[in-house]
Design a protein around this ligand. Sequence first.
Ligand code: NAD
Length: 270
Amino acid sequence: MRLVIVGAAGRMGRTLIKAVHDHPAFLLHGAVDRAEAAEIGQDAGMLAGVPSLGIAVTSDPLPLFATADGVLDFTVPEATLHFATLAAQARIAHIIGTTGLSDEDLRKIALAAHHAPIMRSGNMSLGVNLLAALVKRAAASLGDGWDIEIVEMHHNRKIDAPSGTALLLGEAAAAGRDVTLADVRDSGRDGITGPRKPGAIGFAALRGGTVIGDHQVIFAGHGERIELSHRAEDRSLFAQGALKAALWARGRKPGLYNMDDVLGLNTLSS
Ligand code: NAD
């Protein structure tokens, strides 16, 4: 499967180049980043710490998309919308890991998914997606008497909060309670906030150092607490999930898919 990696010079981009290089089912077809990026023109393999691949990082995705089977995209929302349009035109699978997408962005991505398969997930790891299924089940079983709080910590370069994974877990908790996250979400408490709103799903975001991604979902009841947590120890686990998604999405009919579809977790979460 010929894959184009966009955001190739980024933390995830470099991890993806290495993962594609190491996996016999994939061929790195192209590496794309912003025109202003210092890495334009550099060899993708050298960037990722593997032998030279003879593929220079470019800022022109068009000729690459026209001849590829799929795109791996861990960039920024504005870029992801652009790549969704291009992938839809080329009718190739678009695997989106970018977080911080607005509701309006998601609507545009859903439109692009009429023309090509799009798999989007705020977290591509098996562990986190299984955790989401467990959170949904716990929220459904425990009922409204238990307060749900989601705590996450990431490295000091992360630009969005709460993390895409925290929101994914919040969506799972909300689904378990049969409510919409937007109606109960409580992020960024500060000052005289008053007592906790009944039924709220709270978020707290910590930032520091090089933490790849820690998430904890706390169910706080009367005199007892349940804490479900996940720690990512290596970015390559997200890359492995993205590659699994690419193979799964190849040749699939147009539509918007998530990691539950790829991992077959839908039956577990109900
Ligand atoms: P990063 O800042 O290291 O990398 C982003 C890259 O995208 C940079 O190289 C940047 O130059 C490039 N980029 C920006 N605009 C571009 C454009 N118009 N065209 C081409 N390239 C462009 O960030 P990162 O840590 O690699 O994370 C990237 C995204 O992936 C974030 O949204 C992050 O939250 C998300 N992420 C998701 C998962 C997951 O499993 N879904 C895991 C880790 C990170």
